[in-house]
Design a protein around this ligand. Structure first.
Ligand SMILES: Nc1ncnc2c1ncn2[C@@H]1O[C@H](COP(=O)(O)OP(=O)(O)OP(=O)(O)O)[C@@H](O)[C@H]1O
Length: 282
């Protein structure tokens, strides 16, 4: 059998996940099947609260699927022993929203932290690795600065250097562009693409920024209403005729994905004469 396409690094097979709620379980993912190809940049997009971060947490084993399988490199994450799970997590880098740095450690020591914590490498080797990673994000010269002395965009890059310092096979970015100005955003996006290709890693990017994300992604997965509305190349997704996807790529507030988090009706909260969002005239 010829098998030239490598197996995906991450696969979800019929995954259902719910958070317990006061009035019963709240289903966040319902029978979700998706795959993340090796060596590629996969974007995970969808309306706020749609479960994107939950997908990352299921991959990292911080949450467990209610049913279905979450596979990392062919092994079911939910069935790993504690030791195996830690070993799997060391193969994953995670960069959460603002990638908080330790404020009392220099840029260098921030990046060195995982190496000192998880390896017994000599300080000499640590120095070389840290400077190599800082070089990869263009900040070798900033090694002695404290986090309070770097800009937001630079801090993001330091956090990125720290996330790749243990040479992960998979790197998960949760909203890496949040709060960045357009120029830093473009740089950050290019950096994600470049690191993916030069380090030969697999990247998952959760993002709300359609333009930049579609530009750097090889694959786009759109989550909506607990399921997958689309998955394919950016081109395929852009031309999807699915109304959910159309709403999303055209950033429409009204459509099959509801803007409002489920809750009491406006009439319940504001009375039957409510006209929320409309200014009252004096
Ligand atoms: N620990 C928790 N306990 C209960 N509910 C949670 C918990 N974490 C998240 N949720 C709920 O699960 C849903 C999905 O959350 P998640 O963070 O995965 O969404 P998201 O797509 O990443 O959203 P955003 O784009 O706004 O970051 C949300 O409605 C949220 O309120």
């Amino acid at each position: 059998m010829s098998d030239s396409v490598p197996s995906p690094l991450v696969e979800f097979q019929h995954v259902t996940f719910a958070y317990p709620g006061a009035t019963g379980d709240r289903v966040i993912l319902n029978d979700v099947t998706l795959s993340v190809p090796r060596g590629k940049v996969t974007a995970l997009m969808g309306a706020s609260g749609g479960g994107k971060t939950t997908v990352l947490r299921l991959i990292g084993g911080q949450q467990k699927a209610k049913s279905g399988e979450v596979l990392f490199d062919g092994r079911e994450v939910g069935r790993l022993s504690q030791t195996e799970l830690y070993a799997a997590r060391r193969r994953m880098g995670m960069l959460f929203q603002f990638g908080a740095l330790f404020t009392d450690l220099s840029v260098f020591d921030n990046v060195a932290f995982p190496l000192r914590e998880h390896t017994s490498l000599t300080e000499e080797l640590i120095r070389d690795i840290v400077l190599m990673k800082l070089n990869a994000v263009g900040l070798r010269g900033a090694r002695d600065l404290m986090p309070s002395e770097v800009s937001g965009g630079m801090a993001r890059r330091v956090a990125l250097a720290r996330a790749i310092v243990l040479d992960p096979e998979l790197i998960m970015y949760d909203e890496p562009f949040a709060g960045l100005d357009p120029i830093s955003l473009g740089t950050a996006a290019q950096l994600i693409r470049q690191l993916n290709d030069t380090l030969g890693i697999t990247s998952i990017v959760v993002s709300h920024d359609l333009e930049e994300t579609f530009r750097i992604a090889d694959k786009v997965i759109i989550l909506a209403n607990g399921g997958i509305a689309a998955q394919g190349t950016p081109e395929e997704v852009l031309h999807s005729t699915d109304p959910l996807v159309h709403q999303f790529v055209n950033a429409l507030a009204e459509g099959p994905v509801q803007f409002h988090y489920p809750g009491p009706s406006e009439a319940d909260d504001f009375g039957s004469q409510a006209s929320v969002g409309k200014e009252k005239r004096p």
